[in-house]
Design a protein around this ligand. Structure first.
Ligand SMILES: [Zn+2]
Length: 287
């Protein structure tokens, strides 16, 4: 059964570790992530962007696939199914379809409108027992074609949104989506500390986890980050392993063209990435 992310993140915040959100794209992705979380006895959040939702034939298909896998694979660790960077309309669609968590990305609205729309969703999510992530200060890089400026969020705006009763808060602290450029200045720990001080025990979310050095991840967790989003890193690992298989000509040997064989190295590479992240974030054996 899918659960809200509330309890797992409050425990993570109190216990000074972070729960990984791993974005899914298809059956192989979902299966690899669920099996690894179970193997490490870790809570897990499956992230679905609106683009990935469309690709997987809509949110009801995603809910059916994930619920089916939890049952068939005997998954007993807490699993939240979460809309990543949802639009206002997307949040309603996912709630209707059976997601257990949504992110409303209102960062591109003026703060008053972000507050109004977030408040409405807080009420609905509370009624239904779902978790809600809000965002303040857009996160740079590219997320399904939306390019942000890489801002640092204003701590007072963060407090304003946190006080609305959201479950977790994403705040820009110099992090970006996708690969980090060579001239990236690193995470803004001064900003993170100021936001953390203002928002108290609110679990904070770090987007764009791919390529942030391990020591920075650990420091961010120590300063109140309780959820870390990983997307690009699994994609890169899957692509590299698949390339290796094809370049070695293995798809031309025997029944190497069988998708169950062709996609196996990529799936194993996702598992290895997820294993590494869960260990780094400290959520193993916290289910
Ligand atoms: Zn993001």
């Amino acid at each position: 059964m899918l659960v809200s992310a509330k309890e797992m993140l409050q425990k993570a915040k109190a216990g000074h570790y972070a729960v990984g959100q791993f974005n899914i794209n298809n059956l192989e992705w979902t299966k690899a992530i669920l099996l690894t979380a179970q193997e490490l006895n870790s809570p897990v959040i499956l992230g679905v962007s609106e683009g990935a939702g469309k690709y997987m034939c809509g949110y009801t298909t995603v809910v059916g696939m994930v619920n089916g896998m939890i049952k068939e694979l005997g998954i007993t660790v807490p699993v939240a199914l979460h809309l990543d960077h949802g639009s206002y309309e997307g949040c309603y669609k996912c709630i209707e379809a059976g997601f257990s968590s949504v992110m409303f990305d209102g960062s591109h609205y003026p703060i008053d409108e972000n507050v109004a729309k977030t408040s409405e969703l807080v009420k609905l999510c509370n009624e239904k027992g779902l978790s809600l992530e809000a965002e303040v200060g857009s996160i740079g890089g590219e997320e399904d074609g939306v390019i942000g400026g890489g801002e640092v969020a204003d701590p007072d705006e963060c407090k304003m949104i946190a006080d609305l009763g959201v479950t977790m808060l994403a705040a820009g602290i110099g992090n970006i989506h996708g690969k980090y450029p060579a001239n990236w200045g690193g995470l803004r720990f001064d900003a993170l500390e100021a936001i953390s001080n203002k928002t108290g025990d609110m679990p904070l979310v770090l987007h764009g986890g791919t390529g942030i050095p391990e020591d920075m991840i650990k420091k961010a967790i120590s300063l109140g980050v309780s959820k870390i989003n990983v997307n690009t890193e699994c994609q890169l690992a899957f692509a590299a392993a698949t390339r290796e298989y094809v370049e070695a000509g293995k798809d031309l040997q025997g029944k190497g063209f069988d998708p169950r064989k062709l996609l196996a190295p990529g799936s194993e590479a996702i598992k290895a990435t997820v294993r590494e992240k869960i260990t780094l974030f400290g959520s193993a054996n916290k289910a």
